[in-house]
Write a new protein. Structure first.
Length: 217
């Protein structure tokens, strides 16, 4: 298949971290005296940046600590959980390594840069990605297309020649808004909820076949 570049989401694709993010958010909220989610449905923020959740929290509750401190407290917890559990998806790691050197690879994640770097270090995949973009580094987070368009520009590949590997509904919407083709993995949502993707694949072997890397993982 004609593939100009492949752009991976991170949370829920390379690493089973969505539950860790939710745990870190809830622990941080509880520490501040807001057990039970503080009036926010944390699941609604899957695939979106941490800034958006904390901005909404600040708007609702006007806490005495800054947005930056909220981000830092949650980030510390996520980094600790990643180090303890190392919840990489083995098939995803094999797929990245199989594609490495065959096509340009990008990583486009709503997570903050320190969390991205912790995953890249833990998986030993840093050298496979020619472009890595955090949601904090673009004007608008998913479902806006900014992060994918920025990654494609850094890869010097037109958006329409890119494939995106995603797990979340905002991520699928962002990739489609960028004019890219999308493969979804049902790690975070049931397959039936991912119908806006071009393909839904239950395993990474199927994605490898789709992208022309069959037998390499």
């Amino acid at each position: 298949m004609d593939t100009g570049a492949v752009i991976f989401d991170m949370d829920g694709v390379l690493v089973d971290s969505e539950p860790l993010h939710e745990q870190a958010f809830r622990e941080t909220l509880a520490e501040l005296g807001y057990a039970g989610g503080a009036g926010l449905n944390i699941r609604d923020y899957v695939g979106r940046s941490d800034h958006e959740l904390w901005q909404d929290f600040v708007r609702l509750h006007r806490p005495s600590i800054s947005l930056e401190e909220l981000l830092a407290r949650k980030r510390t917890r996520v980094l600790r959980l990643l180090e303890q559990r190392r919840p990489w998806f083995p098939g995803a790691v094999r797929l990245v390594r199989a594609l490495c050197g065959r096509v340009p690879l990008g990583l486009a994640s709503g997570s903050e840069r320190p969390v991205i770097e912790a995953v890249l270090e833990g998986t030993a995949l840093r050298t496979c990605f020619q472009a890595v973009v955090s949601g904090a580094e673009v004007p608008r987070g998913k479902p806006a297309p900014d992060i994918f368009l920025r990654t494609a520009a850094l890869l010097h590949v037109p958006p329409q020649a890119c494939w995106v590997i995603e797990d979340s509904l905002p991520g699928i919407a962002a990739a489609r808004a960028a004019g890219m083709r999308v493969v979804a993995v049902p790690h975070t949502h049931p397959a039936d909820d991912l119908r806006d993707a071009d393909h839904v694949m239950e395993d990474f072997d199927g994605i490898a076949r789709l992208l022309g890397a069959a037998g390499a993982i």
